[in-house]
Write a protein that binds this ligand. Structure first.
Ligand code: ADP
Ligand code: ADP
Ligand code: ZN
Length: 212
C-alpha cells in the first residue's frame, strides 16, 4: 500500500501513521522528522530548513522533493510506504506524479483549528519519531520515551504564535491538495476530532475499503 497522510499540523498524522505502519508493516516517511534530524545534526539542509520551520512556513519545494525522491527510490519503500506530511503544496504533488509512483489513497485527518491549538500545547516528541501528549497520550514515565528511553522534548515550532502561522500556511498551501486528489478519486476524509483509539478505528475502516 502506497499512502499519503494529510491533515493540519497536529491533526494526528504522526500518531496514526505509527498505527498504520505497525498494522500494514510499511515504513512511514515524515518529511518534518527528516528536516528536524538535519537541524539537529547541523547539516546544510538543516540550516536551510530551520529558518522556514521556525517561521511556520513551508521549506522550499525543490528541497523536500529532493529528499522524498531519494527515499522512494531506496529499498525501504519497495513494499509500500506512508508519506506523512508530503506533499504539502500543489507543486510537490505534481512532482510526485512526475515520478510515476502509484498512490493508492490519500487519507486526510480532519480536525478543527481550535482543537489543534490545544493539542499542540501538550505535545511531546522523541527523536525516534514517537509522539506523546501530556493528557491525551502520556508516556509511561513523564519526559521519557516508551519506545527508546530517550528524553522527550517540546518542538520549538509548537509555540502558540508559530502554530497559528502553520495553520494559516496549511489552509493556504496544503488544503487545496484535497480537491487535487478528490479529482483523481483518491481522497479519503476521516474525522480526527475524537480520541486517538476512535480515530485509529476510523482510519483502519477507511483503509480497509480501498482496493490495491
Ligand atoms: P501531526 O503529526 O499531525 O502534527 P501528532 O500525531 O504529532 O500530529 O499529534 C499532535 C498532538 O496531539 C500529539 O501530542 C498527540 O499525542 C496528540 N493527539 C493526536 N491525535 C489525538 C487525538 N485523536 N486526540 C487527542 N490528542 C491527539
Ligand atoms: P506538523 O504536521 O505538526 O505540521 P511536520 O513535522 O510534518 O509537522 O512539519 C514540521 C515543519 O517542517 C513544517 O511546518 C514545515 O516547515 C516543514 N515541512 C515538513 N514537511 C514539509 C513539506 N512537505 N514541504 C515543506 N515543508 C515541510
Ligand atoms: Zn523514542
Amino acid at each position: 500500500m502506497n499512502l499519503i497522510l494529510m491533515g493540519a499540523p497536529g491533526a494526528g498524522k504522526g500518531t496514526q501513521s505509527e498505527k498504520i505502519s505497525e498494522k500494514w508493516g510499511i515504513p512511514a516517511i515524515s518529511t518534518g522528522e527528516i528536516l528536524r534530524a538535519a537541524i539537529k545534526e547541523g547539516t546544510a539542509l538543516g540550516r536551510e530548513a530551520k529558518t522556514y520551520i521556525d517561521d511556520g512556513k513551508l521549506v522550499p519545494d525543490e528541497t523536500v522533493i529532493g529528499i522524498v525522491k531519494e527515499y522512494l527510490a531506496s529499498s525501504v519503500c519497495q513494499n509500500g510506504f506512508i508519506l506523512d506530511g508530503f506533499p504539502r503544496s500543489i507543486p510537490q504533488a505534481e512532482a510526485l506524479d512526475t515520478l510515476g509512483v502509484k498512490i493508492d489513497a490519500v487519507l486526510s485527518i480532519e480536525v478543527a483549528d481550535e482543537t489543534i491549538v490545544e493539542r499542540m500545547s501538550g505535545r511531546r516528541v522523541c527523536a525516534c519519531g514517537a509522539s506523546y501528549h501530556l493528557l491525551f497520550n502520556p508516556s509511561k514515565v513523564e519526559g521519557i520515551c516508551d519506545k527508546c528511553g530517550a528524553k522527550t522534548t517540546v518542538r520549538a515550532d509548537d509555540a502558540p504564535e508559530t502554530v497559528t502561522k502553520r495553520l494559516a500556511t496549511y489552509h493556504e498551501q496544503t488544503e487545496p491538495l484535497k480537491a487535487y486528489y478528490a479529482k483523481k478519486g483518491l481522497l479519503l476524509e476521516v474525522k480526527g476530532q475524537d480520541e486517538i483509539t476512535e480515530t485509529t478505528r476510523l482510519v483502519f475502516d477507511a483503509l480497509g475499503s480501498i482496493s490495491l
